[in-house]
Design a protein around this ligand. Sequence first.
Ligand code: CTP
Length: 397
Amino acid sequence: MRAGSHILLIISGGIAAFKALDLIRRLRERGATVTPVMTAAAGEFVTPLSVSALAGRQVYQDLFDLTAEAEMGHIELSRAADLIVVAPATANVMAKMAQGICDDLATTLLLATDKRVLIAPSMNVRMWDHAATQRNLAQLKADGVLVVGPTEGDMACGEYGPGRMAEPLEIVTAIDDALSSGPLKGKRIVVTSGPTHEPIDPVRYIANRSSGAQGTALAAALVALGAEVVFVTGPADVPPPAGVAVRKVETAQQMLKATQDALPADAVVCAAAVADWRVANAGTQKMKKMGTALPSLDFAENPDILATVSQMTDGRPALVVGFAAETEHVLDHATAKRARKGCDWIVANDVSPETGIMGGSDNEVTLITGDGPEHWPRMTKDQTARKLAARIAEALA
Ligand code: CTP
């Protein structure tokens, strides 16, 4: 399992709920983060305290819990997850899922999510065999829900047959399979992100205000779709996402080399805010004040990573995507930039201070492809990233 995978684990009220504790432990041993959600009935079988202690985080139980909602809204809970796992999934929860009923936190999350869902059914054999449950199961499978188990064996109720929840290790394997599949499975994508630092001397540098948020969100979204991502990052404010191969660099020249070293790749996305110039006469020692004389810096042009990759004659990635952060004439400048650099797509945005985009959590972009511009509404950088990742998956399919 990819370290840092984020599982939203919904525990519903069946006797097998006690096995969810072992499942949490196994997942955490493998480096996953588990956010637990319990239905009211689950609380009859395991205590929130044991679940929270094993998960190492808060248990979410109540749809109308104002404190929890203020910390992380219930919609946000599923957004952060790579996969939603329902273990145990009772006949009742399966029935609600199949019908789209949302009358508590767990079922509301299940209806509000666009993430993949894996269920581990657990119930009495007659309930499992009942036509209603089998109908619901068929509907859930048709809806794309993944299913592990149930297995056959002695049941807590004294009967024998199918209905026992799969063992925690089988569920871990099913989670592994689910996480490593996705439309970008087998695709290698290089993402550049963050600012670059161009030294003036050993203690000073020229930088820019890029936080690295959009590149990081994009890399995470690509990983979530199954891509193998090499993340070439300058000194960003936000940490690299989980599940990527990180290449830390400082300067534009280092970023170009790290990007080229990461090739061949199916796609390269240049989200970094690369400094256009470096200081040609950077000092090897700290520059000292020279009386009243001001220092003079000579600049040299930095290599353009996006243009270099776009114009490769041998082994060019099938898709090269750039960003164009502009403050005026956004479409004209971005369209010209796409042509000048030779990339396939440009994601253009207006970063004028009044938009609040630079350093903020939202973005509003226009995707410019060979077919022309396509404006996307304002949304969070995470949502923009997921939409772009989905488009990349379509293009590489
Ligand atoms: N880019 C790059 N290497 C550079 C400069 C830019 O890879 N040396 C990439 C960025 O990652 C981004 C795109 O080119 O994907 C556009 O960057 P931007 O800074 O907007 O464009 P510039 O080339 O600097 O053009 P201008 O200064 O005219 O806006």
